[in-house]
Design a binder for this molecule. Structure first.
Ligand code: UD1
Ligand code: CA
Length: 464
């Protein structure tokens, strides 16, 4: 029996979580590293780091490639998990070689080691609990298995007559009989082995890909008299992303979970399958989401908000009881107070709107402030850009901007002021004033009657 420590808990302070992110990911056909492709607006590797953070105190060490792509992955990992260590795998020689890139961290570590793949984003904290339990129950090596509908491509977990795990065979190296095994390797593994480096160093590369497979650790552990146990996870939790098709599958699973969680938390959705969340969407209670609503990253909705059909939101905060849409677009920095109304074909970017302010139809509000209970008429444009720089438009409390006005920033409209419809406002409007900036109307009495008479006469005379 192996010498797993008494605190064999992958969630404990002692756990070292090695996150493999150095693979080439060639099937993605992309200039972007595979693990930086996104599910619900968050990079694949971000999901794994988030799960580790949520599950407790496992210390992540991310293994990256030595090239520019690896540097990008390391930057993202450091940003999302500031405490993460980074290890560099010099050449992409397989998953065991990748774990050994963290040789220093493993040597310095005293306690269990868990290995996760950065391309497997849907693993949940409960899954890590199950592995932890497996180690606590006496396993030296715990592998996480699953039974996918189609096992093609996955490593198969082989067991003996007694049901003990004997080996994991990669698809390419498996015999026909082995390929008929449905139990597959998810890639998540936990070790409570004192000489883990010795075990990993013993792995060879005599296989179809000529790579050092982490999965071979199972057979070698058995040969050393160590106990290997398999734990079963739901297939959707351990979906590995090697292609864009699998990326879309992972997205679908994530969205289904997010919709379910939102409804459980007090959100009404008329057509849940048409609403798309980001991994970081924050929702209050008694929210109503009409069909076809898309949440990009960074959106927070307070209680009682209604988002009407066909709206797109990102980087926006929406206050209590506000009604947005239909067909609204909230862009980063849209910060809306309570009971704000944003109607159809209105775009808001980097604008603070006070409580009860309204922009109900066809407007662009970019870079500025709109005071409490101010009314922005249909067709209003904040002309924020002069081709070089952005400027601010400030609308005071209870101001009224008439329809089809262009506010040429930088410009201020004072509290309670009126802007006449169709104005092009280039100068500040004082509090309580009326500003009209359009050519004044000329009226010619009975002109139309005279015009028609003249034209009819010309036509009758045969002239054109
Ligand atoms: C791997 C498993 C397979 C399992 C499947 C589950 C091995 C040998 N195979 O296969 O048993 O069924 O995952 O999805 O472990 N990586 C590196 N450096 C490398 C190679 C890979 O960091 O040299 C990283 C990749 O970025 C990826 C992970 O390790 O995050 C898995 O590698 P990948 O090539 O995707 O393995 P699979 O063929 O999917
Ligand atoms: Ca994979």
């Amino acid at each position: 029996m192996g010498d797993h420590s008494a605190t064999a808990d992958v969630r404990g302070t002692q756990a070292l979580a090695i996150v493999l992110a150095a693979g080439k990911g060639t099937r993605m056909k992309s200039a972007v590293p595979k693990v930086l492709h996104e599910v619900a607006g968050r990079p694949l590797i971000g999901h794994v780091l988030e799960t580790l953070a949520a599950s407790g105190r496992a210390r992540p060490c991310v293994v990256v490639a030595p090239d520019a792509q690896g540097a990008r992955v390391a930057d993202v990992a450091r940003h999302l998990a500031p405490g993460a260590a980074i290890a560099v795998q010099q050449t992409q020689n397989g998953t065991a070689d990748a774990v050994l890139a963290a040789r220093e961290q493993i040597a310095a570590h005293n306690g269990p080691v868990v290995v996760l793949f950065a391309d497997t984003p849907l693993v949940r904290p409960a899954t890590l609990d199950a592995l932890s339990q497996s180690l606590s129950d006496g396993a030296d090596v715990a592998v996480l298995g699953f039974e996918p509908a189609d096992p093609t491509g996955y490593g198969r977990i082989l067991t003996d007559a007694g049901g003990s795990v004997t080996a994991i065979r990669e698809h390419k190296d498996a015999t026909e009989a082995e390929r008929s095994v449905r139990l597959c390797n998810s890639g998540v593994m936990a070790f409570a082995v004192s000489d883990l480096l010795g075990l990993l160093d013993a792995i060879g590369n005599d296989n179809a890909k000529g790579e050092f497979y982490l999965t071979d650790a199972v057979e070698l552990a058995r040969a050393r008299g160590l106990k290997v146990a398999a734990t079963l996870a739901p297939a959707e939790d351990v979906l590995g992303v090697n292609s864009r098709v699998q990326l879309a599958e992972a997205e679908a699973v994530f969205q289904a979970r997010a919709r379910h969680a939102a409804m459980d938390a007090g959100v009404t959705m008329i057509a849940p399958d048409t609403v798309y969340f980001s991994a970081d969407t924050v929702l209050g209670r008694d929210i109503i989401l009409e069909p076809n609503v898309f949440f990009g990253p960074g959106v927070t909705l307070a209680d009682g908000v209604t988002i009407r059909a066909n709206s797109h939101l990102e980087g926006a905060r929406v206050g209590e009881g506000a009604v947005i849409g239909p067909f609204a677009r909230l862009r980063p920095g849209a910060n809306l107070g309570a009971k704000v109304r944003i109607g159809n074909f209105v775009e808001v970017k980097n604008v603070d709107m006070g409580d009860g302010a309204k922009a109900n139809h066809l407007a662009y509000l970019g870079d500025g402030t709109v005071g409490t209970a101010a009314n922005i008429g249909a067709g209003t444009i904040f002309c924020n850009y002069d081709g070089f720089r952005k400027h601010r438009t400030e609308i005071g409390d209870e101001a009224f901007v008439g329809s089809n006005s262009a506010l040429v920033a930088p410009v201020k409209v004072g509290a309670g002021a009126y802007v006449g419809s169709g104005s092009v406002i280039t100068k500040n409007v004082p509090d309580g004033a009326l500003a009209v900036a359009r050519s004044s109307q000329e009226v010619r009495e009975n002109w139309a009657q005279r015009f028609r008479a003249r034209m009819s006469a010309k036509k009758a005379g045969g002239k054109d």
